[in-house]
Design a binder for this molecule. Sequence first.
Ligand code: ADP
Length: 251
Amino acid sequence: MIRFDDVVKKFDDNIVLRDLSFSVRPGEFVSLIGPSGSGKTTILRLLMTLERINGGTIQVGDEYLSHMDRGGKLVPADERHLRQVRKRIGMVFQQFNLFPNMKVLQNITEAPMRVLGKSRDEAERRGKELLDMVGLSDKVDEHPSRLSGGQQQRVAIARALAMEPEILLLDEVTSALDPELVAGVLAVLREIASTTDITFLCVTHEMQFARDVSDRVMMFDAGQIVEDAAPDKLFTDPDEERTKAFLHAVI
Ligand code: ADP
């Protein structure tokens, strides 16, 4: 579903991803862990086509995000093509970024109506189902500012799902929340992961969550994968010293 081959990403002289290769199968839940600044968020931003690579290839399904021109220069795929790729991918951020002037349900129905061409009835019916799924069916007519951070994040998750993504990217979705609100958001994600065939790529500091929900965990450092293993292996018996040191520091 996702494939990186020898991907290089630089910001000026700073090489952020170094010949990075990995792939994620359809329906897999893969977590990315590792120290701050190791390149995890950059991977998500590349998939959202918010950044461009400097070398290698990225595939989403059978679509490439860039290609070599005749002179051997790496050029992004054309905008129409990239729009198609973006439609397959949803993203939930640390900051929920809800539209403050719209009620909860409208936050969820706006994009399906505009981008997917759904009727208002259909978008609202699905929006209510999704709000029910994230435990907020009583907040349909509320404004986001009247919800807790955890509730706002659950609306953001419902909004992403309303676009029917094949892939959901999660970027530290609980980092901005008060500790008592984290569990509710993680429970919703766990439920979605186990009841849908969406492919997840999840950057997280929540080690227990990563361990519970992931099919695979990739430990990053300095733009490279240090270790890529099943969660039970990585969290209890890691092979690499850098993984051991990181887990020791954060758990
Ligand atoms: P992580 O998610 O693992 O904390 P990031 O992918 O956010 O790491 O960042 C990796 C590196 O790329 C860091 O050194 C960061 O400073 C740098 N970086 C990220 N985005 C930009 C940008 N837009 N411009 C310049 N440097 C950036």
